[in-house]
Design a protein around this ligand. Structure first.
Ligand code: MLT
Length: 255
C-alpha cells in the first residue's frame, strides 16, 4: 500500500507496483518489500554527475552523507573527493558537483568519493534495498533493465533539504511513462500519478517549464545554468546502470 495515497486496499496481482516518493524525507512512509528496486533520482545534478563520471571511466563511486566522512578519503591514492553544499563546491575539495568536471579521461579507473546536499543522502537512506541511480543520460538502460525484472519499483526523488522539487518529480514522471509504455504495472500511488501529469505538462521544454523553479534559479544565480541545460538535455548517452554494492556505486553487470 502506498502510504502517500492512504489507499486501504491491496492489489493482489502478478503485475509489479510502481511508486514515486516525491521527497526523500517521505521514504519511510512508503510500504515496500525487501526486493523492491529503488531508483534514486537527483537530476540537478548528483545522479547526472554519477552517470557522467561512469561514462568517462570512473571505477566506482562512494556516496557519503557528510563532509567529515568525505575528508577521510582526501589522502587516498587514485581517489577523487568531491563535495557540494547548496549547489556550490566546498573549499578544500578538488571536485564539486558539476558534470562538466567529470567529462575527461583523467578520472578513468579512479574512485570518486561524492557528497552532495541531497542526492548522496537519498542514496544512503535507501542503501539496504536494491538500489540504482538514474538520469536522462542512462534512462534508456535503466528502463530496459527495470522492464526486464519483476521487482516492484520505487523512484526516490531527492528533493531539496526535505522539500519537493520540480525537476526530480518531472524526471520520475518521465521514467514512469517510459516504463508503462512497454509493460503493465500497478500504479496505486498518487505521487506517481502526479509525476506523470507533471511530465506531460513539461516534456515539450523542461528548461522553460522550470524557469521559476528553485534549483534552476539557484544554479542560474551561481552562473552554472549550463549544468541545468546539460542535465535536462544531455549530449551523452550511457548504458551504465550504477548500482549500490557494499556501500559503493558500481557498474551493474547486465550479462
Ligand atoms: C543535490 O545533491 O541536491 C544536488 O545535486 C545539488 C547540486 O546541484 O549540486
Amino acid at each position: 500500500r502506498c502510504e502517500n495515497c492512504k489507499s486501504s486496499f491491496f492489489i493482489m496481482s502478478s503485475k509489479p507496483n510502481i511508486q514515486v516518493c516525491l521527497v526523500s524525507d517521505l521514504f519511510n512512509n512508503h510500504i515496500i518489500s525487501n526486493d523492491t528496486t529503488v531508483v534514486v533520482v537527483d537530476l540537478l545534478r548528483a545522479t547526472s554527475v554519477i552517470s557522467t563520471a561512469f561514462h568517462f571511466g570512473i571505477k566506482e563511486i562512494i556516496p557519503v552523507s557528510t563532509l567529515e566522512e568525505a575528508k577521510k578519503y582526501l589522502t587516498n591514492i587514485n581517489t577523487i573527493v568531491a563535495a557540494e553544499r547548496n549547489a556550490e563546491p566546498i573549499e578544500g575539495f578538488e571536485y564539486g558537483n558539476s558534470p562538466f568536471q567529470y567529462m575527461n579521461n583523467d578520472i578513468s579507473g579512479k574512485t570518486l568519493v561524492l557528497t552532495t546536499t541531497n542526492g548522496t543522502k537519498a542514496i544512503n537512506l535507501a542503501k539496504n534495498y536494491n538500489l540504482i541511480t538514474a538520469s536522462f543520460i542512462n534512462s534508456d538502460a535503466v528502463c530496459n533493465y527495470l522492464n526486464s525484472i519483476e521487482n516492484d519499483i520505487l523512484i526516490l526523488c531527492s528533493g531539496w533539504k526535505g522539500v519537493f522539487n520540480l525537476e526530480d518529480s518531472i524526471f520520475s514522471g518521465f521514467l514512469v511513462n517510459k516504463l508503462i509504455s512497454k509493460k503493465d504495472y500497478n500504479i496505486n500511488c498518487d505521487s506517481a500519478l502526479a509525476s506523470l501529469e507533471l511530465h506531460k505538462n513539461s516534456k515539450k521544454n523542461y528548461f522553460k517549464f522550470l524557469s521559476n523553479s528553485a534549483h534552476r534559479k539557484r544554479l542560474k544565480h551561481l552562473n552554472i545554468e549550463k549544468d541545468t541545460l546539460f542535465c535536462l538535455n544531455p549530449n551523452i548517452t550511457s548504458n551504465i546502470i550504477p548500482t549500490l554494492s557494499n556501500g559503493k556505486l558500481v557498474r551493474m553487470n547486465l550479462v
